[in-house]
Design a protein around this ligand. Structure first.
Ligand code: ARG
Ligand code: ZN
Length: 877
């Protein structure tokens, strides 16, 4: 074993615990930063006004975080240079034992952004400098108390070559600029709002800008700027419109106004996540800000709108009121996701947005909550915080806030959020503080409700009913439980809102409301009913649980037709399809011949031909549950059987309803110019769903229809749908032809080519791994760019189950090889890509062995990053 190897096995990274939280020993009243950017290195001069925290008694050493890559050039206190004996440096901490109660600390540090492939801290994306400091990236820039409960006023000067970097940005308002020697220049920025270091940002580059302005509700004028590469200047309008809509919405719905004179967004191509809410200077992955009809799909338009709003909303839920420590991450993320999803619901179709959010939650978050990385919305411990930017913190956290909204109603919830913002403005607080504001504003007791923050796992709710015909009394009995998760064997009952309706045989709603379930078992009785109703349960998905009730197919068909809640109509259809598919999977495994029941064809025909329905709703109703959702529901995941059954059903439904699909396709085709409004999106969604079924008939005439759509499309939604459907269909030659054509048209557009990679990586036909390996050699593939890794490697491993789970283990080996490479280069991305391997317990024995062997191979690597170590070790535990 190598030297490093033995060190690694002796010194495994230790978790840190919420219970160990201590307030900071020192506060920073003012932070002055001066950056000198050069091609080889960057010099960072930090001047900090430091003061002992009066809330902490006794004398403590000053502790500053500093990544091992920082080169400390000079350190002084009140002008006196410290010698090596005055401080110690180990791991990520620089300790100065003896400091005055109040002093000025000056620190000169050398860093190398050009060599930074982790994309945390200051790094280069193409030609420009940019930063990503959340969660713990600031310690890669300078020595600092890099924790969110240390909030400071920042003044930042950026100096660089004027030609190469004409645009120099940081947080707040620009206050000074000028020339420096050697063709250099500088700009000084001042941010008056105290903020934690994770909200710091800097950008330097040769950038184009789209400008606009916004008048706030109190009449202040705010300058709006979106920066990007010159060639992308025509793709910034949608983000600008979304920003203005979000600003207006936050004033109207939450009473929140913007606070600086300028709001900037910068698009960068190299980014680990979606976007970042740095105060006054958001930095975005290009994939979450650029949009144009020719190059961007409807889904991507909506994602831009949602992410722009998300980051804007953070200005209050995250920046003005921030997190005390990283265990509270969902304080800002859960609340902000809830806010952005409500915004999108108001801008587009509320029901469709809910269906999309819940599909994702039930597929991916439920799987996370059932896996080895399961954690509460407020985790108790972590090894690497980057691993906790999860669907649980974000999406389940948003569901928890949504439940408070449901329990309180919109008006009282608003009182609670007003109280929260007023009480905690300028503070770093906890999820308890958030719930307390809701409790104080409403007079309600949320002690039990807070278990949603402390207990992991997806609760189960089993419902049974009884009917007393003489009295007209109907009773529902709800029993809740929650499976064990790592470190949590026993769970206590949750406080959950169960929205419901009672539907009569003729479809009329007899009663509706919200039940509050608090005990492990509770019975609710409804009197004076004319007949035994069909219960519509968990309307709008009012709690993030798995609810079961022994529905008959007749009952589900009734709800599918008549439920007054759009979400539950869709869900009734899903339940019918899931029940059938689960039966077919058993049949397939037993070697039986599969067949499609007539009742299913009839109900689909009814939906498909009902022109009174919103086409987006029809598209969702007639999309079969995904392979990933069926996998999540399965006891043991039979990858091949799930795929075979879904394909069988798709083809059977395609054949049985071919004239209706064609009719719907034609009905939804329009020659209006492209617009991303929700009605047009809805028509395209149904049209392209229909095209998918038409292609599934394997008829040449229908291939011609798809090729025609591909060639004639004036927008990326239609063109990409045609491409992906043909590539994934049985028409292999045509697929290749369209791929080549698409490449010729779009090779100069990075985001479009990401889709080209992803469509091939997720192609379920045999040989995908070989094709993916060939594409790795393509000149446009760049393993240093996270978007490219997501488009090719992650798309293959997470969206191509039949090929990834090939029985020879080649898919698993492929992923493990990548993890080993990326562990050094970009640990965050490496840990994230690992997810599909960590779910090994859900697969049959043979697959389990192959998957764990690869995980063990990764674990045996020397110098594992904390990111990868945490995920691999927990998944093998
Ligand atoms: N706060 C950002 C957002 O949700 C995400 C930043 C996450 N960054 C990271 N390195 N984990 O908008
Ligand atoms: Zn966020």
């Amino acid at each position: 074993m190598s030297q490093q190897g033995s060190q690694q096995s002796q010194q495994q990274p230790e978790p840190i615990y919420l219970k160990d939280y201590k307030a900071p020993a020192y506060l920073i009243d003012h932070t002055d930063l001066r950056f000198e950017l050069y091609e080889e290195e960057t010099m960072v001069r930090a001047t900090l006004r430091v003061r002992r925290n009066p809330a902490r008694s006794g004398k403590s050493p000053l502790e500053l975080h500093g990544h091992e890559s920082l080169e400390l050039c000079r350190l002084s206190i009140d002008g006196e240079v410290l010698s090596e004996r005055d401080f110690s440096r180990d791991d990520e901490l620089l300790r100065i034992a003896d400091v005055p109660d109040e002093f000025v600390l000056e620190c000169l540090t050398r860093i190398h952004p050009q060599l930074n492939t982790a994309l945390e801290g200051l790094y280069k994306s193409d030609g420009m400098f940019c930063t990503q400091c959340e969660a713990e990236g600031f310690r890669r820039i300078t020595f600092y108390p890099d924790r969110p409960d240390v909030m400071s006023v920042f003044r930042t000067t950026v100096e660089a070559d004027r030609k190469l970097y004409p645009v120099l940005l940081s947080n707040g308002n620009p206050v000074e600029s000028g020339s420096a020697d050697d063709g250099r220049h500088f700009v000084t920025w001042d941010d008056p709002f105290p903020k934690p270091a994770y909200l710091f940002a800097l950008v330097a580059g040769d950038l184009a800008v789209l400008e606009d302005s916004y008048i706030t509700s109190s009449g202040r004028k705010v300058k709006l700027q979106i920066y990007g590469e010159n060639k992308d200047l025509d793709k910034l309008d949608h983000a600008m419109l979304s920003l203005k809509n979000a600003m207006r919405w936050d004033e109207e719905v939450y009473g929140r106004e913007y606070d600086l004179d300028i709001y900037m967004i910068v698009a960068v191509d190299f980014f680990n996540m979606g976007a970042m809410e740095n105060k006054g200077l958001n930095i975005f992955n290009t994939s979450c800000v650029l949009a144009s009809p020719r190059t961007t799909t409807d889904a991507a338009f909506q994602r831009v709108e949602g992410v722009v709003a998300h980051e804007y909303f953070h200005n209050w839920s995250g920046n003005r009121v921030t997190c005390r420590d990283w265990f509270q991450l969902s304080l800002k993320e859960g609340f902000t996701v809830f806010r952005d999803s409500e915004f999108s619901a108001d801008m587009n179709s509320r029901t469709v947005k809910r269906i999309e959010d819940v599909s994702m939650l039930r597929t991916a978050q439920f799987a996370e909550d059932a896996g080895p990385m399961a954690h509460p919305v407020r985790p108790e411990s972590f090894i690497e915080i980057s691993n906790f930017y999860t669907l649980t913190i974000y999406e389940k956290g948003a569901e928890v806030v949504r439940m408070l909204h449901t329990l309180l109603g919109a008006e009282t919830f608003r009182k609670g959020s007003d109280l929260y913002f007023e009480r905690h403005d300028g503070q770093a607080v906890t999820t308890d503080d958030f719930v307390q504001a809701m409790a104080d504003a409403s007079g309600r007791d949320f002690t039990q409700f807070k278990r949603w923050y402390s207990q992991a796992g997806t609760p189960r709710v089993e419902v049974s009913d009884s009917w007393d015909a003489d009295k007209g009394a109907y009773s529902l009995t709800l029993r809740q439980s929650c499976p064990a998760t790592p470190g949590q064997a026993e769970k206590l009952p949750f406080h959950m809102p169960v929205a419901y309706g009672l539907v009569a045989q003729n479809g009329v709603e007899l009663e509706a409301g919200v039940l509050e379930l608090t005990d492990s078992e509770q019975t609710f009785t409804f009197d004076d009913l004319p007949e035994k109703p069909v219960p519509s349960l968990l309307r709008g998905f009012s709690a993030p649980v798995k609810l079961s009730y022994p529905y008959s197919d007749e009952q589900l068909l009734l709800l599918l037709k008549h439920d007054g809640d759009g979400f539950n109509r869709w869900d009734a259809g899903q339940r019918i399809a899931v029940n059938l598919m689960q039966q077919l999977i058993e049949d397939h495994l037993a070697g039986k011949v599969l067949s499609l029941p007539d009742a299913m064809v009839d109900s689909w025909r009814a939906v498909l031909s009902d022109e009174s329905l919103d086409p987006a709703m029809v598209a969702h109703l007639l999309r079969l549950p995904s392979e990933a959702y069926l996998a999540e529901l399965a006891e043991v995941i039979q990858v091949e059987a799930i795929h075979a059954v879904r394909e069988f059903l798709r083809k059977a439904l395609a054949a049985a309803l071919q004239p209706e699909w064609l009719e719907a396709y034609k009905r939804c085709t329009s020659d209006e110019p492209y617009s991303p409004d929700s009605d047009s999106c809805a028509r395209r969604a149904l049209k392209n769903l229909a095209l998918g079924y038409l292609l599934a008939t394997d008829e040449d005439a229908l291939l011609a229809l798809a090729e025609e759509q591909f060639v004639d499309a004036d927008n990326m939604t239609d063109q990409q749908a045609a491409l992906s459907l043909v590539v994934h269909s049985g028409f292999r030659e045509a697929g290749q032809r369209l791929l080549d054509d698409f490449h010729t048209r779009w090779h100069h557009e990075a985001l479009v080519m990401n889709q080209w990679f992803a469509i091939q990586a997720s192609d379920p036909w045999p040989g995908a791994l070989e094709r993916v390996k060939t594409l790795q050699e393509h000149p446009l593939f760049d393993a240093k760019n996270p978007n490219k890794l997501r488009s090719l490697v992650a798309a293959f491993c997470a969206q191509n189950p039949v090929n990834f789970h090939a029985q020879d283990g080649s898919g698993y080996r492929y992923l493990a090889d990548w993890i080993i490479t990326l562990n050094k280069q970009n640990p965050q991305i490496a840990a994230r890509l690992l997810t599909p391997l960590t779910r090994w317990k859900r697969y049959p024995q043979a697959a389990q062995q192959l998957m764990t062997a690869e995980l063990k191979r990764v674990l045996a690597e020397p110098e594992l990053s904390k990111d990868v170590y945490e995920v691999v070790s927990k998944s093998l535990a």
